[in-house]
Ligand binder design. Structure first.
Ligand code: HEM
Ligand SMILES: *[C@@H]1O[C@H](CO)[C@@H](O)[C@H](O)[C@H]1NC(C)=O
Ligand SMILES: *[C@@H]1O[C@H](CO)[C@@H](O)[C@H](O)[C@H]1NC(C)=O
Length: 347
């Protein structure tokens, strides 16, 4: 059994490496050759390839240090912010890419959407931005700040470190309706797979990144459909642990905005408990619990339960991928915002 599952996880890792290789091998040379035209090099390079680890080395070497310091200070005051920052980054990256469009605070912007109403942590990013504007004006993008802050919040919560490449620009467009397309916890797995795939994230990324629900809280609104009359059956969701339901959730959820920990067992630590919870029908959102029962995603859950170190290493890999989704890196794209809440004034 043990041997079997570790073999599976090795296969998964190899598969992942293989898929990355196939994509990068096929995309670049074949398109250029097939078109048989001289293209400027910049066209063949993917936007994310223009990110780099030394982007701010000359212009703002203290940027990462300031971000880390500030994130630490804020989370020390209010630990719940760690999870909220991580979620904010997810909601940023899956709508128009990691371009800080979620931070824009104007009429009908993403931030004003129903799906955004429980997002938190904006004040952390604003505080970091203010300090960076004092030290290196008009240099460090809000999108880069949010990406690095997410890595730092993960570490403080006991999660893995990963290197963040920089050079994202901030977008100028933010549309409320687009934010309402972010999964809310009531989708089926086909919808989740498609949503992730459209952003270059595969099933392993979906299952691994969902592991962020090892931290933080959900409002009852997101899962109340499971508590009674599930899918018109007049009974609760049978895939929800009945002790947990009757002794805990029903008491906790008096109002839509009441909060429940997503990981019922170790809510404040970054660990693979989220996956073992699924074996006990303790997944809080139906989208969490379905990851286990679905034929396509279930094997990934099994692999992550059996090998805790796989979760740490794969979470780093998948978070880098999430942070690179549809980034704006070319000279003519986006801007470095002065205030993360607003696009820069036209000159
Ligand atoms: C797979 C699809 C996903 C769905 C359906 C989903 C859904 C949700 C829902 C409904 C909540 C509770 C919101 C509320 O009512 O307050 C939540 C919270 C959270 N989500 Fe997700 N999520 C998904 C993926 C992700 C990913 C990829 C990440 C990060 C990598 C993430 C990180 C978080 C965190 C950390 C929280 C807790 C936030 C807090 O405590 O403030 N989620 N998610
Ligand atoms: C998933 O949801 C979509 C949209 O609501 C629906 O069309 C599809 O039939 C569902 N698929 C499964 C497997 O339940
Ligand atoms: C919900 O009910 C429909 C029709 O009764 C059924 O086809 C579907 O499988 C049910 N879905 C779940 C998740 O139980």
């Amino acid at each position: 059994m043990k041997l079997c599952s570790s073999t599976l996880s090795i296969v998964l890792v190899l598969l992942e490496l293989f898929m990355i290789d196939v994509v990068s091998l096929t995309k670049l040379p074949i398109t250029a050759a097939a078109l048989n035209v001289k293209k400027p090099l910049a066209k063949a390079v993917r936007a994310e390839d223009l990110l780099s680890f030394n982007h701010y080395v000359k212009t703002c070497p203290q940027a990462e240090g300031i971000i880390q310091q500030k994130v630490g200070d804020w989370i020390q005051k209010d630990f719940t912010l760690a999870a909220s920052i991580i979620r904010l980054h997810f909601h940023d990256c899956v709508v128009r890419g990691c371009d800080a469009s979620i931070l824009l605070n104007h009429q009908a912007s993403e931030r004003r959407a129903f799906a955004s109403r429980t997002l938190r942590g904006f004040e952390v990013i604003d505080d970091i931005k203010a300090e960076l504007e004092r030290q290196c004006p008009k240099t460090v993008s809000c999108a880069d700040i949010l990406t690095a802050a997410t890595r730092d919040a993960t570490i403080i919560a006991g999660g893995p470190f990963w290197e963040v490449p920089f050079g994202r620009k901030d977008g100028k467009i933010s549309i409320l309706k687009e934010a309402d397309m972010v999964p809310q916890g009531q989708e089926n797995i086909t919808q989740l797979i498609n949503f992730f795939q459209a952003r270059g994230l595969n099933m392993l990324d979906l299952v691994t990144l969902s592991g962020a629900h090892t931290m933080g809280r959900s409002s009852c609104h997101a899962f109340k459909h499971r508590l009674s009359n599930f899918n018109g059956t007049r009974k609760p969701d049978p895939s929800l642990n009945s002790m947990y339901l009757n002794n805990f959730l029903k008491k906790k959820c008096k109002n839509d905005l009441d909060l429940v920990y997503l990981d019922a067992i170790t809510p404040k630590t970054f660990d693979p408990m989220y996956y073992s919870n699924l074996n006990k029908k303790l997944g809080l959102l139906s989208t969490d619990q379905l990851l286990k029962s679905d034929k396509r995603t279930g094997p990934f859950v099994t692999a992550l339960v059996s090998q805790p170190s796989l979760f740490e290493s794969q979470f780093s890999v998948s978070m880098v991928k999430l942070g690179n989704v549809q980034v704006l890196t070319r000279p003519n794209e986006g801007e470095i915002r002065v205030n993360c809440n607003f696009v820069n004034a036209k000159k």
